[in-house]
Ligand binder design. Structure first.
Ligand code: C2O
Ligand code: CU
Ligand code: CU
Length: 415
């Protein structure tokens, strides 16, 4: 735009048609296309202006998951977009490089809108930091993981009232909207930015032969030290950035394999992506020891808030868009203690980033969403944004989308 703000136009459509399965056509929703949306790239420090126009037949919204921004721009249930309307939020990017995403967040219909195909990636780029693979589609590859089930005529089985405790668990895995895709690489060192955009399924991503790889980033930004592992667990809403170094000419399968003991909303093992490295691939690249800066210090102010999760309640209540549950001072550092009952959940906070203080096996990077196993207690060191608005709340909620729609949420204002 003339004033220097960078403008993005997103058109929400309900008339998509995709061929996920051979010989079958699936009606979908999409953003500027048939299914899913474009990867939007913004830079630290710049002003961005989004123009979101809806051609959908019902009310929706568009939320910038992981973004620190004024509550009126957040795109939650308090910023609905009516059919035919355009919503124009704008804000300044004041956070480090990270892999974020966007998706609808309308009251009671998030699960169905995301499931039909409304979601996309939102990268924050920080041109001041170099050293990681960053050639989009060449050595920096987005992987949006989802599961779907299909009717015999090809339509999606929708996430509905009878889809179980956690919501729909599909039998067909999609990566970037493609079933069993193949990735041909001309490089040996590749960065994969993985988003769990499923409604309920937890993915445990690794290589079929269980070889180690490096985790370089979590939801809200890079790690200050890469962590070597063989699997990353991603519950709905979580992201991880990993780096693989492969041999020229080799073929490897990225798959998901997790515990099938009923403690998580997922089952079994399934391939996600076949990776084929060209015989003449570019040589492996050296990676920086420190993908990101050391974490900014958490000032323990002694403020502790406690959240007890049950099947669909938080602290014994269902979410109510008209009720403010918590009031947080701008820029606050607080400890949030999450205690869980007998069901798995995925806990997400808007307008804030956190680090997990006490949990077995989780990467210690900056996050905005965390898996909460049955019976677990987690302590989160939360840093809130500095935008204040006593009248417009942010949300915290379970990111299993049927739980979110079912009222497993709360609201807070930053003042
Ligand atoms: Cu990704 Cu409140 O959402
Ligand atoms: Cu969010
Ligand atoms: Cu839940």
């Amino acid at each position: 735009d003339p004033d220097g703000a960078r403008r993005f136009d997103l058109g929400l459509r309900a008339d998509g048609r995709s061929a996920f399965l051979p010989g079958r056509t699936t009606p979908t929703w999409g953003i500027d296309g048939d299914y899913l949306g474009p990867t939007v790239r913004v830079r630290t420090g710049e002003r961005v202006r989004m123009t979101v126009t809806s051609a959908l037949p019902e009310r929706t919204s568009m939320h910038w998951h992981g973004m620190l921004l004024p509550a009126r721009m957040d795109g939650g249930p308090h910023q609905p977009i009516e059919p035919g309307a355009t919503w124009r939020p704008e804000w300044t990017i004041r956070q480090p490089a990270a892999t974020l995403w966007y998706h609808p967040h309308a009251h009671g219909s998030t699960a169905v809108h995301v499931h039909r195909g409304l979601a996309g990636l939102l990268y924050v780029d920080d041109p001041g930091r170099a050293g990681l693979p960053d050639r989009y589609g060449v050595d920096d590859i987005p992987l949006i993981l989802q599961d779907r089930s299909f009717t015999p005529d090809g339509a999606f089985v929708e996430d509905g009232v009878d889809s179980g405790t956690y919501g729909l668990l599909g039998d067909t895995m999609l990566v970037n909207g493609v079933h069993r895709p193949r990735l041909r690489l001309g490089v040996r060192t590749v960065r994969l930015r993985i988003l769990n955009a499923a409604n309920a399924r937890v993915f445990h991503v690794g290589l079929a032969d269980d070889r180690p790889f490096r985790v370089i980033g979590t939801d809200a930004g890079p790690l200050d030290r890469a962590v070597e592992t063989t699997r990353v667990r991603l519950s709905p809403g979580e992201r991880a950035e990993i780096v693989l170094t492969l041999a020229a000419g080799e073929r490897v399968t990225l798959d998901s394999r997790g515990p099938a003991d009923g403690t998580e909303p997922e089952t079994g093992a399934f391939p996600l992506l076949l990776i084929e490295v060209a015989t003449g691939a570019e040589p492996a690249a050296a990676l920086p020891e420190t993908p990101g800066p050391a974490p900014e210090p958490f000032r323990d102010t002694g403020v502790v808030r406690r959240f007890r999760l049950d099947q669909l309640d938080i602290n014994g209540r269902r979410g109510d868009p008209a009720r403010i549950d918590e009031v947080v001072p701008a820029g606050a550092h607080e400890t949030w203690e999450i205690t869980n009952g007998p069901y798995a959940h995925s806990f997400h906070i808007h307008g804030a980033h956190f680090r997990v203080l006490a949990t077995e096996g989780a990467a210690a990077g900056p996050k905005d969403t965390v898996f909460v196993p049955p019976g677990a207690s987690l302590r989160l060191a939360v840093r809130f944004g500095t935008d204040t608005d006593p009248a417009t709340p942010y949300m915290y909620h379970c990111h299993l989308l049927r739980h979110e729609d079912g009222g497993m949420s709360g609201q807070f204002v930053v003042v």
